[in-house]
Design a protein around this ligand. Structure first.
Ligand code: ATP
Ligand code: MG
Length: 563
């Protein structure tokens, strides 16, 4: 193959990766690459975070660098240890690790406090006694300079004294803040003397009541990067306008030519999905879903319970890539990624969700045959399994019609179908409950010469899945659909996202009939129920009470059945 051809086949490199390649080539930061993933422990991770994780950990892995896990725990009011544990579990599940580099912004509260003191001493920060809303009004608008605070000119000694006393708990929350002294006329609002410290009296889950003042995100984030030797601080586009402040603060800290570089990329947004942690927490608290790991949630634990694999999520992230333009990705691309992955991995099995009994009248009532069925046509190494067959089987209720339309290739009076992996059967008659109109049983005869694998030449147009009525296990199957029925549920100005909750997002089917091999399926084990979709064993499942979640439906691939 020519070199040009090979180049064409190489996966394209994102603009961020190109920056990293260039920085390494130029020998910046002694040729090191060190990234970090900085979640705030105020909720569970969602698939948007996976996009950041794959980049932060992925780039470090690819270029021989390191990636730190750093909890951005600067707000004791909203944060919780429960979230810390779940975040670690989810990152590991995606396939990434951080060795012993688990850090917390709170590790640096001491250093940050000292840095704030240093800024005051250098005339670059001052204590403001005005309330936050007044400060906010004085900021002005992007086209008009802000109003200078009456406290901006206060002496260094006075600010220093007040700042120490703020931290000793002498003042009420909201009564004083520490502000960086930068430029009240800057076209960038974040440079107009931003607040860098505020008083909070809630104890912190790691530092207890050591501190009464806490750094703002902007004052903690870049400095934490600097303290950890981060070289590439990758974050989402909304932080682009914070970058001048990030750089200004790093300028005040720098003592060598090492400096972290912030690069922004577009957030992941998905159709029919809401991604904000705050709103996801509302869904949980208002019991609109069963918890953070409800299989309809876009959280990583929800997707895991739904049956998504880490590989499928990483593949999806690869497919969408990283750009500088906000966009909304189609959730069907995520569904494509899981189908593609499970197609190769998931064994095929028989499960009937809405059973209708078929009696094969010419099959001996006491006979049972073990039909040998291929586990995965995509992967011969997965072998075959035995599935019992007898004179009574269940088929899907909608695979039979008393008065079928033209081109209905399933079962109907007088028609023939193949029971997958078994025999061709012909419908001779049926029993109907005249008062309800329900079909109660269908009577067929089978053709003994048509056993699958016997070399029989006979062909029919329809092939149905089935389970032996005498051997089937009963199960509950949960069918999930999109949680919202609006493409952009959180983006509608006048409407609450709650009004777009899809009332049909969960259907619970009991009395489903599954082939007996599924009795011992383990939690989170994944299967393709033939002709129906991919399913995964739910946490609620037990041998006595099997429960399966539908991960995603299937595009019909093997049956010539038109639904
Ligand atoms: P949310 O807006 O959902 O509450 P967040 O940005 O507040 O999320 P953090 O815990 O601060 O959540 O996020 C940790 C990292 O994950 C940040 O670097 C953030 O930029 C990134 N991130 C969060 N949401 C997304 C998303 N939808 N797409 C890509 N990256 C994201
Ligand atoms: Mg955040």
């Amino acid at each position: 193959m020519s070199e040009e051809k090979k180049d064409e086949l190489k996966p394209s490199v994102s603009f961020i990766e190109q920056f990293i390649i260039d920085d390494l080539k130029e020998g910046k930061n002694n040729g090191r690459i060190h990234t970090r993933f900085p979640p705030e422990p105020n909720g569970y991770l969602h698939i948007g975070h996976a996009k950041a994780i794959c980049l932060d950990f992925g780039m470090a892995e690819k270029y021989g660098g390191k990636c730190n896990l750093r909890f951005d725990d600067t707000n004791p009011v909203k944060e919780d240890v429960e979230y810390i544990d779940s975040i670690k579990e989810d990152i590991h599940w995606l396939g990434f690790g951080w060795d012993d580099r688990e850090f917390y912004a709170s590790d640096y509260f001491g250093k940050l406090f000292e840095f704030a003191i240093a800024l005051i001493k250098r005339g670059l920060a001052y204590v403001d006694d005005q309330p936050a809303d007044v400060i906010s009004l004085q900021k002005g608008t992007p086209s008009q300079p802000g109003t200078v605070s009456p406290f901006r000119g206060r002496s260094m000694a006075e600010s220093l004294d007040l700042f120490y006393r703020m931290n000793e708990g002498e003042f009420e929350e909201g009564s004083h803040v520490l502000r960086a002294k930068i430029d009240m006329a800057s076209p960038n609002m974040h440079m107009r003397d931003p607040i860098i410290y505020r008083i909070l009296k809630t104890p912190h889950h790691r530092t207890g009541d050591t501190w009464k003042v806490y750094p703002m995100y902007d004052f903690a984030h870049g400095q934490s990067d600097y303290f950890e030797g981060i070289t590439h601080s990758l974050c989402t586009l909304e932080f682009e306008v914070h970058r001048p402040l990030y750089d200004w603060l790093i300028d005040q800290l720098m003592t060598s030519d090492y400096r972290p570089r912030q690069i922004e990329f577009n957030r992941l947004n998905l159709t029919y999905t809401m991604m904000s942690k705050r709103k996801l927490l509302e869904l949980v608290q208002e019991k609109k879903v069963s918890g953070w790991d409800d299989p309809r949630m876009p959280t990583l634990c929800g997707l895991r319970r739904r049956g998504y694999t880490p590989e499928s999520i990483r593949r999806f992230i690869d497919l969408i890539g990283y750009t500088k333009v906000e966009a909304i990705n189609d959730v069907s691309l995520l569904e494509y990624a899981i189908r593609e992955d499970l197609n190769l991995k998931a064994p095929r099995v028989f499960g009937v969700l809405d059973p209708l009994k078929v009696v094969i009248t010419n099959y001996p009532a006491d006979k049972v045959e073990e039909m040998e069925i291929i586990n995965n046509p995509e992967d011969e190494s997965k072998g075959t399994r035995k599935v019992p067959f007898c004179n009574e089987v269940y088929i899907e209720r909608d695979d039979f019609m008393e008065n079928p339309p033209h081109k209905f290739f399933r079962l109907a009076p007088g028609t023939e179908v193949r029971l997958k992996g078994a025999y061709i059967v012909k419908c001779e008659s049926f029993l109907k409950n005249e008062s309800t109109g329900m079909i109660e049983e269908v009577y067929c005869t089978y053709d003994p010469a048509t056993r699958s694998g016997s070399g029989s030449e006979k062909k029919v147009k329809g092939t149905l899945h089935w389970v032996s009525a005498r051997h089937a296990i009963d199960a509950e199957v949960r069918l999930y659909d999109r949680l919202f029925d609006h493409e952009d549920p959180a983006g509608q100005k006048d409407d609450d996202y709650r009004s777009f909750l899809n009332p049909g997002s969960l259907k619970v089917l009991s009395g489903c009939k599954l082939e007996p091999s599924l009795k011992t399926a383990k939690k989170l084990e994944k299967f393709q129920f033939q002709r129906l979709g991919y399913f995964c064993v739910d946490y609620d499942s037990s041998e006595a009470y099997p429960v399966f979640n539908r991960t995603v439906s299937l595009k019909d691939t093997w049956a010539k059945v038109n639904k």
